[in-house]
Ligand binder design. Structure first.
Ligand code: NIG
Ligand code: FE
Length: 476
């Protein structure tokens, strides 16, 4: 069954061998080629689930099993970030989509019940929790490659935004794009990041910038949650830029978000979190505080864009509102650092954005050496980081942020899971958590994951106890 499922533009093409679907193996006559439009994804998934996958899977001879915790902490901080718990020469058992148990091969208890059991030899390979990407904007209508060339010619991200490009450019494009087209392109992006090892992802709105268009984006994200097997969290980021028609009175847009949009988002249960781009020429600290207060009334925790270009007091304000995460932090004052101490707010670094628009990298060493935690995420978006590749993010964090491979693995798994409210189910190899993990290709040590930068060290991805890489691929 594994081969034959391909995503193609606008439709799903599925080659079904009856031999694997209903156990009449090898009969060429019974081969069918089915084509569905995008609504067929649901059917496709139903068929994949019907594939008689054993309820139990046992991985043996694992060179390194990483991120093992008998019971998982919510996140790791400071010196503990370099202390990635690993087990060498290990086995891992999965049952009903969850991690059941693990141990050393030398203490292998043997198999007493072979029913519905698949055994996989992972000799020479590593298994680690899948990447948890806690900050993306991966629903968007088209690329901004033109701005990329403008930047190469010398314009800055801020100059491009000032002349009507940037976020407003994406908002114009999105407004004219049908919901189904947005779903389709986002599904392809989800497949791509899944094949690169991501198992859980947060997606923001923020290219709507009107009540109707923001709701449209959030409904697209809801559809993605229904259609895709990755775990998806949704964030309302209506306060991403001041829309053109509110330029003269930005407070009126904040009022619209609070009084019109938020109640509708809450009523339709469209968001898990609330976000604000708190930055010079975008939203002030005071406006952010009003929005976070209003969001909290509807039970939405904050995950905010702060300190990307300027430190304007947004970190301490976000902490005051018990933000779950503060993201970007390319500019970080001593005051900001102190404000984070003793809190449960997760700092999040986005090195793909620093690379792409050539701004400073988040000072990871200052953060971790101050005893704080740090998560890493892609910021996948068409303007400042058009890549959802967590493997690249990990390499950049080692090369440019001075993080150790063990630190980036914890930052991109457990701490990323925490930064999107998923540390109970994701981020570590812990009995009872989702069996969503990466099997690497054969390697000597985990350090090779960030070392081979620009490469994909992932051989297989398992999501909720099912192998997904190789089942879903892009294009013809
Ligand atoms: O996180 N900084 C604000 N938002 C995005 C960029 C979005 C865009 O340029 O489209 C970011 O970098
Ligand atoms: Fe962002």
């Amino acid at each position: 069954m594994a081969q034959g499922v391909r995503f193609v533009t606008g439709q799903i093409k599925l080659s079904v061998c009856c031999g694997t679907v209903n156990n009449q193996c090898g009969d060429q006559q019974n081969k069918e080629e089915l084509q569905w439009d995008i609504h067929g994804v649901r059917l496709l998934r139903a068929i994949l689930q019907q594939e008689s996958r054993p309820m139990k899977v046992l991985f043996k001879n694992i060179r390194v099993l990483a991120g093992v915790h008998d019971s998982s902490p919510d996140y790791v901080s400071g010196a503990a970030m370099a202390d990635l718990p690993v087990m060498e020469d290990a086995w891992l058992a999965v049952e009903d989509g969850l991690i059941a148990d693990y141990g050393k091969m030398s203490e292998w208890p043997g198999i007493s019940d072979w029913r519905e059991l698949e055994v996989i030899d992972a000799e020479g390979k590593c298994i680690l929790p899948g990447w948890c990407d806690s900050h993306t904007h991966l629903v968007f209508a088209g690329s901004r490659a033109g701005e990329f060339t403008d930047r190469i010619r010398g314009l800055t991200y801020e100059q491009i935004a000032a002349k009507g490009g940037g976020i407003l450019n994406s908002a114009r494009l999105l407004r004219d794009t049908p919901e189904e087209t947005l779903v389709e392109s986002a599904l392809q992006r989800l497949n791509t990041i899944m094949m690169q090892g991501t198992v859980a992802v947060e997606i923001k709105s923020g290219y709507g910038l009107t009540t109707e268009s923001e709701l449209k984006m959030l409904r697209v994200i809801r559809r993605l949650k229904e259609l895709h097997s990755l775990t998806i969290q949704s964030t309302l980021l209506a306060a991403h830029a001041i829309p053109e028609h509110y330029k003269a009175n930005p407070d009126a847009y904040v009022d619209e978000i609070i009084t019109t949009l938020l109640p509708r988002v809450a009523e339709e249960q469209l968001a898990d979190f609330i976000d604000v781009f708190c930055e010079t020429n975008y939203f002030t600290v005071e406006q952010m505080e009003r929005i976070l207060e209003a969001g909290a009334k509807y039970g939405l925790s904050a995950k905010v864009h702060v300190n990307q270009f300027n430190a304007i007091g947004a970190v301490s304000a976000a902490v005051k509102h018990q933000a779950l995460s503060v993201d970007h932090l390319e500019v970080l004052t001593e005051e900001d650092l102190q404000a984070l101490k003793g809190t449960r707010t997760m700092p999040v670094g986005l090195p793909g954005c620093s690379l792409f628009i050539r701004i400073p990298y988040t000072p990871a060493r200052r953060i971790i050496d101050a005893g704080l935690p740090l998560a890493l995420a892609t910021d996948f978006n068409p303007g400042s980081a058009p890549s959802g590749n967590m493997n690249l993010v990990n390499s950049l964090a080692c090369i440019h942020m001075g993080m150790l491979p063990a630190e980036v693995i914890q930052a991109s798994t457990l701490n990323g899971a925490y930064a999107m409210g998923l540390s109970q189910s994701h981020g570590t190899i812990t009995p009872g958590k989702e069996a969503s993990f990466i099997i690497t290709r054969k390697m000597q040590s985990l350090d090779e994951i960030p070392y081979y930068f620009g490469d994909n060290p992932v051989e297989e991805v398992w999501v909720k106890g099912t192998r997904v890489t190789g089942l879903e691929t892009r294009g013809e």
